[in-house]
Design a protein around this ligand. Structure first.
Ligand code: NAP
Length: 250
């Protein structure tokens, strides 16, 4: 049996475990997926050995701090500076970023004329990478004027009018603080706007409710979450195939 898992700090409500457990059962794949809570990422090597992991996902707060413990990064993970999927291949740990695939799958359906990205953390960096890759002009909103192009109190109706795609890459509005929403001039949002909230719990955040009231097209983070999980599985499968081919050649 092959072993996979999710490394993070607090993992009590994980989509990934349910997703992979159902996938392995439905497709009769001889594998399991466990939730591995780590107090400190420096113990990662002993965890990989103990659990005989073939691959794992990484979540908050280790997507960036895991990088020094890896042997190699995919070009995309390197460019973003964050890893959410690790392949163990011939004893080497290779970091990938499949959040990118999830973001691409979501924005496929949305306006790409100009994006306003809220937040400057790891998820925001992956969104910025995707915008650059697809030639989508973007501006960044931060609470700190040194980190972004705008702070929330400088967002005018004109700024909103000039960015038809608004992407929330902050945790604002996430359960349990479901009454909260980013501080935007909501009256300026129109039916020409698309709003993508990376938050998926709740399914309809306060941001998405208020944007819908203005007539905007909305997407939550669920498609991104599902797509990154599927992309992680394909990444692990590809590594396994390559190893098998190498073994046959040798
Ligand atoms: N759907 C998916 O598959 C998926 C994947 C990854 C992440 N996510 C979600 O995306 C969100 C961000 O993830 P992350 O890992 O980038 O998180 P993070 O590093 O904790 O936060 C991202 C940024 O949000 C801003 N922020 C934090 N608290 C805020 C507050 N109270 N008010 C306003 N801004 C605040 C900060 O930027 P400034 O300090 O510059 O303002 C921070 O750098 C989370 O909700 C996460 O669950 C979803």
């Amino acid at each position: 049996m092959r072993h996979y898992g999710l490394i993070g700090k607090h993992l009590s409500h994980s989509f990934s475990k349910n997703f992979f457990t159902a996938k392995f059962a439905n497709e009769e794949i001889d594998a399991d997926y466990s939730l591995i809570e780590l107090e400190d990422i420096s113990t990662i090597d002993s965890i990989i050995a103990e659990r005989e992991l073939s691959g794992f996902n990484v979540t908050i707060p280790y997507k960036e701090s895991i990088i020094p413990y890896l042997d190699e990064l995919s070009p995309e993970a390197e460019a973003v500076g964050a890893v959410n999927c690790v392949v163990i291949k011939g004893g080497r740990k290779i970091g990938h970023n499949t959040d990118i695939t999830g973001i691409e799958a979501t924005i496929e359906w949305l306006d790409k004329s100009g994006a306003l990205i809220l937040g400057t953390g790891g998820a925001s960096k992956a969104v910025q990478y995707v915008c650059k890759k697809h030639n989508i002009p973007f501006s960044i909103v931060s609470r700190d004027d040194k980190r972004g192009d705008y702070t929330y109190d400088t967002l005018t109706a004109e700024v909103i009018a000039n960015h038809k795609l608004i992407i929330n890459a902050t945790p604002v509005g996430m359960s349990p603080l479901v009454e909260e929403a980013p501080a935007l001039p909501y009256d300026a949002i129109t039916d020409k706007h698309c709003v993508f909230d990376l938050v998926y719990n709740p399914a309809k955040s306060m941001l998405l409710s208020r944007a819908e009231e203005q007539g905007a097209t909305t997407m939550n983070g669920m498609l991104m979450l599902q797509t990154q999980a599927i992309a992680s599985w394909h990444t692990w499968q590809r590594a396994e195939r390559e190893l098998t081919e190498q073994t046959l050649v040798n």
